[in-house]
Design a protein around this ligand. Structure first.
Ligand code: SF4
Ligand code: SF4
Length: 286
């Protein structure tokens, strides 16, 4: 089994579009949406409705009003402004679950209990098995949820004897990204030829290199700025990345997404062709 992660230094570069194309071409495969803060791979894969399971990623404080002596210690020590006074209570959306108020309450009036952070499920879709998850509003611990969903995807792949696990990763270089990259066989960075695209790709390339992950670059909408495309490719080569090619701007991509299909599935065009070429090159190298 090979795990291929599609990732980007920033959001909105076409990462999920590419992951959808890879999933179609790798079918039957296992797909997982690791962008749990803004999950959207399910929109183009239209999986069957999964039985939703709850994810408890951390704990939150709750004040027992019967035990509270209104001393105000919790409000003084909370660095997140999560304690309301008169009467004392906790704002759950502001509480970061650090537990400091619990330790400092002289009346032991604060309960620290597991909080629902997200939901996840595994179901089937037209390209194989889909594992998806999403965080509840204002919740964190997305790294733990990504680790969970990756574990479920791996189990599903082992059970089905699938050759490929396609992971739609989160953008940036934060905690969910770290949870996404461990143990993958290839990380494909999708970048656009802009100043910020180069900057964000550079940070991501540095992270992947430090983690010893084999990186690949695919430049999306390369024809919008050929000079910046060359800069991106030089930067990637400097990090030892493989080059998967260039995807041109193509409004067939929008048509495909509007009809909830992967690029090239019903609306062939040069961008979908370039993405298919990238998959061929990557799959052959693995
Ligand atoms: S520290 Fe405890 S007793 Fe004091 S106000 Fe907060 S909950 Fe009430
Ligand atoms: S657990 Fe931490 S963040 Fe939450 S209310 Fe207590 S001190 Fe504030």
């Amino acid at each position: 089994m090979k795990q291929v992660l599609v990732i980007s230094g920033k959001g909105g570069t076409g990462k999920t579009t590419l992951a959808g194309v890879f999933a179609r071409l790798a079918a039957p495969c296992v797909m997982a949406d690791c962008d749990v803060d803004a999950a959207d791979l399910h929109i183009i894969l239209s999986p069957e409705k999964a039985e939703e399971k709850e994810f408890f990623g951390g704990s939150k404080a709750r004040i027992d009003p019967a035990a509270c002596i209104s001393c105000g210690a919790c409000a003084r020590v909370c660095r997140y402004g999560a304690v309301r006074a008169n009467p004392y209570s906790i704002d759950h959306t502001a509480c970061e679950g650090c537990g400091v108020c619990v330790w400092n309450c002289p009346a032991k009036a604060i309960v620290f209990e597991k909080a629902l952070s997200g939901r996840w499920g595994v179901s089937s879709c037209r390209f194989g098995t889909f594992a998806g998850a999403r965080l509840e509003p204002a919740e964190e611990n997305s790294g733990k949820l990504v680790a969970l969903i990756r574990g479920e995807a791996k189990k599903a792949a082992e059970a089905a004897g699938a050759k490929w696990v396609i992971l739609d990763g989160p953008p940036g270089i934060g905690c969910p990204v770290l949870a996404s990259i461990g143990g993958v066989d290839a990380a494909v960075a999708v970048a656009e030829p802009t100043l910020s695209g180069i900057h964000d790709f550079g940070r991501l390339a540095e992270l992947l290199t430090k983690q010893g992950i084999k990186g690949w670059l695919l430049v999306n909408k390369w024809d919008l700025n050929p000079e910046k495309t060359e800069e991106l490719e030089k930067l990637a080569a400097g990090f030892g990345f493989g080059l998967l090619g260039r995807v041109p701007f193509d409004d067939k991509i929008t048509e495909a997404l509007l009809t909830l299909r992967t690029a090239g599935e019903d609306f062939p065009g040069p961008a979908a062709d370039a993405m298919a070429g990238a998959w061929k090159k990557l799959a052959e190298s693995l």
